[in-house]
Write a protein that binds this ligand. Structure first.
Ligand code: AMP
Length: 229
């Protein structure tokens, strides 16, 4: 039997634009589910799975994993998520037009009668991204992966280098080194318009959030633009 309605939000933005931070606010305050392909990839690497061994080098270099691999991962994971939750945030997927087409097909074949898909584009100049990523720290516990920023007072840990949530040490991501940052930005801009055009042509709502401001302002703007009470 098909379920009623599903709400899917795609956070589309360059690395460091705050997809993960905004997703976690929605999880904590709106009880939505976050599905981050980056977190899932890092979990595979930590658990030294076969897949993890194959993608370790690619992730460190800031390149994208192949569409076929990532689509397979997403198909499997989304199926699981849909069993217990109808409101899902996609953080880091799709990243190419091929992935956008695949998402559209996955949702068409899902267990819901209606799927409301909203694309939220996070807008920020590249120069701010470079500054942000060089100050970003994440929790070293792969189950937690909370994100902190040493450049934003509202996102600093309470105790230096310690995660507020689980007390694990904070670390810098290897792909937050400058060469990898520049590569990741280049790749993002290469695909951004194709993805937006694809969803626009399919008639999905696309909203833009300016994100070089405090996270609470961004969150309020997000709620208003998507009519979430
Ligand atoms: P993120 O945490 O979203 O910045 O992702 C970290 C890395 O995981 C990326 O630089 C890619 O190597 C890989 N990755 C995550 N999501 C995708 C995706 N949708 N397509 C291809 N590679 C991805």
């Amino acid at each position: 039997m098909k379920l009623d309605t599903s709400n899917i939000i795609v956070f589309l933005g360059p690395p460091g634009s705050g997809k993960g931070t905004l997703s976690r606010l929605c999880v904590n305050r709106l009880a939505w589910t976050q599905f981050s392909t980056g977190d899932l990839c890092r979990e595979h690497i930590t658990n030294k799975t076969e897949l993890g061994k194959n993608i370790d080098f690619i992730i460190k270099s800031g390149k994208l994993i192949s569409d076929s691999l990532i689509i397979k991962m997403v198909e499997k994971e989304l199926e699981k998520q849909f069993k217990n939750q109808s409101k899902v945030i996609l953080d880091g997927f799709p990243r190419t037009k091929e992935q956008a087409v695949a998402l559209s097909n996955i949702l068409k074949a899902s267990c819901f009668n209606q799927v409301k898909l909203n694309i939220v584009k996070l807008d920020i100049p590249d120069s701010d991204i470079i500054l942000r990523l060089s100050k970003r720290m994440i929790c070293s516990d792969k189950k937690c992966q909370t994100i902190y920023s040493l450049s934003d007072i509202s996102l600093r840990p309470k105790v230096e280098n310690i995660c507020d949530n689980c007390s694990s040490n904070l670390i810098k991501r290897i792909d937050d080194e400058i060469d990898a940052i520049l590569d990741r930005l280049k790749i993002y801009h290469l695909h951004e318009n194709d993805i937006i055009d694809f969803f626009h042509n399919k008639g999905h709502k696309i909203i833009t959030l300016s994100v070089n401001r405090p996270v609470e302002d961004i969150y309020r703007d997000f709620l208003t633009k998507l009519n979430i009470n």
